[in-house]
Design a protein around this ligand. Structure first.
Ligand code: BGP
Length: 464
């Protein structure tokens, strides 16, 4: 039996584009657009148009989430919904009204809102006109949009986040082609990484202008941390792991928390002739606008080995010229999603934050298990008996608890997700929710894990 700290935040995460549906949106984001031009790349041809109908169902959905023990909800505002004119930052009144009502409904259900500003959903107009975060101008437009969000909802929302998983914007859009704009361009990915760090800092600067360092108003960012483990203790494998750690984790952790980029990474990128374009003024903005709180999305570790061919070979620059993925024999897998399950990594993250990042306040902003065909596990009453999910969460929480008892400053755990929601290319193939969604009827029912999570969040006690 493990007891979590008093006031530990038991929450769930989702995002605007994955839950709302694009009802009444005046602009498309990159996923709305990609689905319009190429619907067959999405699982079963299911796109982001209806998703989980949160736009229409939010009142009922929030009641169900409260029944599942969700006391804090992280979702995102869609830039492509809130803003009418991106250059002036003029606000769409229907959208402002919608998000205002959602936040009120959260508070009425005793659900604390955590609001994120960008969850992979670049407005497609800005992608086409400027290249999205390839452009520094767009970092200013993002800060303007952030300012509008703070002005509109800052009186009711205390916890804000600039980005969700910026690294996935690089991986998906600029390296491995699983998000629009589907480019493969390592040096451009480097610049986008820099620009996103800058955009985050500029948004934080706007926040500070409004709130200074008011203790109950906090701003952070959400990073998908994948601790890197070398295939062996041999020097070349360890070097591969060192670069992968710099690229996957420190590239975003360091500027967000320490206010500067990792020197070792800068040195390598410079040697390779791919270092980002930066000005002193921008670097000062990054230095002066660090986060108050870090959200960590954790699903899987990253295992690497030395690259099969030398990075000195004549080839286009990609980060993975320095490492190859290592498939550790005998690893535990979530086969449906193709991700390794390694809960101890959460402890390693806790200790890394404690020892290398000033023990900044943090929380697990996403963790969960996506499983396909969950009807397999329905009982006679139609309830999904998802013991595998309970088991998955329990194992992660045990390691998290260990990290906390050794002094790591973690204040909460958010499951991905409350209600089954739409996933980028996988649509509704893998389900993560504590609450099932029949997407044909939009009927939502508690799974076994929802009852379990309620008990956990009401008592703060983990048993198994
Ligand atoms: C994270 C994203 C979420 C969510 C989750 C599950 O990377 O922040 O938006 O999608 O992963 O992954 P997937 O939907 O790809 O199964």
């Amino acid at each position: 039996m493990l007891t979590f700290p008093k006031n530990f935040a038991w929450g769930a995460a989702t995002s605007g584009p994955q839950s709302e549906g694009n009802f009444k949106k005046q602009h498309q984001n990159v996923f709305d657009y990609w689905y319009q031009i190429d619907p067959q790349v999405f699982y079963d041809g299911v796109g982001p148009d209806v998703t989980s109908n949160f736009y229409n169902d939010y009142e009922e959905d929030l009641k169900l989430m409260a029944q599942a023990g969700i006391k804090v909800l992280r979702t995102s505002i869609q830039w492509s919904r809130l803003i009418d004119d991106f250059e002036t930052g003029s606000v769409n009144s229907n959208a402002a009204d919608f998000y205002g009502r959602v936040i009120d409904a959260m508070l009425e259900n005793n659900i604390t809102p955590y609001i994120n500003l960008c969850h992979f959903d670049m407005p497609v107009e800005l992608q086409h006109k400027y290249g999205g975060f390839e452009s520094k101008h767009v970092t200013d437009l993002f800060a303007l949009y952030a300012k509008r969000c703070f002005e509109l909802f800052g009186d009711k929302v205390d916890n804000w986040f600039t980005f969700n998983e910026p690294k996935v914007i690089l991986d998906g859009g600029y390296l491995y082609q699983f998000h629009y704009p589907l480019k493969v361009d390592g040096p451009l990915a480097v610049q986008v990484a820099y620009n996103i760090n800058l955009a985050s800092a500029k948004a934080i600067a706007q926040f500070r202008k409004l709130y200074g360092n008011t203790p109950n108003k906090k701003i952070g960012t959400i990073l998908n941390l994948t601790p890197v483990y070398a295939a062996s203790e041999e020097k070349q494998d360890k070097q591969a792991a060192e670069f992968a750690e710099l690229w996957a984790n420190n590239l975003f952790l360091d500027p967000a928390i320490l206010g500067h980029f990792p020197a070792k990474l800068e040195e390598i990128l410079k040697k390779d002739g791919v270092l980002w374009q930066a000005s002193t003024e921008e670097l000062d903005i990054i230095k002066e606008n660090t986060i108050d709180v870090l959200g960590v999305n954790f699903y899987h570790p990253e295992r690497v080995k030395r690259p099969a061919i030398s990075p000195d070979s004549l080839q286009d620059w990609m980060p993975d010229i320095y490492f190859d993925a290592y498939e550790m024999p005998g690893r535990v897998m979530n086969v449906d999603k193709g991700w390794e399950i390694y809960p101890k990594a959460l402890y390693d993250i806790a200790i890394n934050i404690r020892d290398n990042y000033g023990n900044i306040e943090w929380f697990v902003s996403e963790n969960g298990m996506g499983v396909s065909r969950e009807e397999r596990f329905m009982d006679d009453t139609g309830m999904v008996c998802d013991d595998y999910r309970i088991n998955f969460i329990t194992k992660h929480l045990r390691y998290l608890h260990q990290g906390i008892s050794e002094g790591s400053n973690c204040h909460g755990y958010f499951v991905w997700t409350g209600i089954d929601c739409w996933s980028w290319k996988n649509a509704y193939r893998n389900r993560y929710g504590l609450i099932r969604n029949d997407i044909h009827t939009q009927t939502k029912t508690l799974k076994k894990s929802a009852h379990w999570f309620k008990q956990l969040s009401d008592t703060n006690i983990l048993t198994d």
